[in-house]
Design a protein around this ligand. Sequence first.
Ligand SMILES: CC(C)(COP(=O)(O)OP(=O)(O)OC[C@H]1O[C@@H](n2cnc3c(N)ncnc32)[C@H](O)[C@@H]1OP(=O)(O)O)[C@@H](O)C(=O)NCCC(=O)NCCS
Length: 324
Amino acid sequence: MAIEVARALPAADVAAVRDLAARVAAADGEAAFDEQSLLNLGGGRPVRHLIVRGGPEGPDGGGPVPILGYAQVADGSGELAVDPAARRRGIGGALLDAVLDGLDGLDGLDTPDGADGLHGPEDVRVWAHGDLAPARALAATRGLGVVRDLWVMTAPAPTVPEPTKVPSQSEPTSAVDGVRVRTFEPGSDEQAWLTVNARAFADHPEQGRMTRADLEARMAQPWFDGRLFWLAEDVNSGRTLGSMWVKISDRVGEIYVLGVDPDAQGRGIGGLLTAHAMAAFAARDLTGLELYVEGENAPAIAVYERAGFHRARAHVQYARTGSH
Ligand SMILES: CC(C)(COP(=O)(O)OP(=O)(O)OC[C@H]1O[C@@H](n2cnc3c(N)ncnc32)[C@H](O)[C@@H]1OP(=O)(O)O)[C@@H](O)C(=O)NCCC(=O)NCCS
């Protein structure tokens, strides 16, 4: 099976992959590619795109040849999906094998492993969002094991509290001594947020590596709302101790990023910031709430369970070097 490998995609392929992603999400009830991967289609980060094409008219039938399968590898992590109408023809298996076996040689690029942010094949982990049955079956055929378990936690939308109890955006709903909470100011708070985010997520494979460009790309998204992004800071020194970033889209409220500096953990700042998020959610007409958290992050899960969240499903990563 012919697999095209590229570092960058022409605009027509970007559009075709977005269409494929939409068809897959509609058929499976689960998106196969995460937000960062869809942003990566337009360039900016060192990634590899793997494409399998085909169609009823064949490659020589004139017109653009549809994309039947697509995989993306970035920073040792891969995602792949096959058009719902083209499954069980070996396309997913071929893409998975290419991702796991490494891409050098496939595209004739002589960049050594790791030199441009891509890892050697022994490191590659492949996401199965929702851990759906076909992905599990495919992973089993390759003897892969689960190496990461990312929980999706959900909660009912909070009911609107008494008007007198709705806190203003800058007024904490409960106090933590020496800490104040205020909204993020675009243009001046970026570096403070990047610092606290990197410290809070030092061990996290994606979140801890957010750059200023990543932050700005998210702030440019239509869902970005500066009123739903808070910093907790030391009242005396002004040092940023934590942050809460909330995303609302399609009437679903998401606790997008909650991070507290390791030096300030255990003081109730996570709970304080969560109270701000819940109050903001309660003041809006939402159908439900969700968030993502590592299955092994017990302290964060405890904060979220206290706020009414429970585990709804999980995204897992498969790899050759995993334990079952
Ligand atoms: C998972 C996915 C990529 C498989 O793509 P595909 O092209 O259908 O996979 P293949 O045809 O190469 O299947 C290879 C083997 O995996 C197993 N398999 C794949 N889908 C299966 C299914 N729905 N039920 C049972 N076994 C399945 C079979 O053993 C199959 O071999 P066979 O057809 O000879 O029995 C596709 O279902 C998909 O895009 N799902 C959504 C995205 C996703 O979950 N990605 C994560 C991949 S780890």
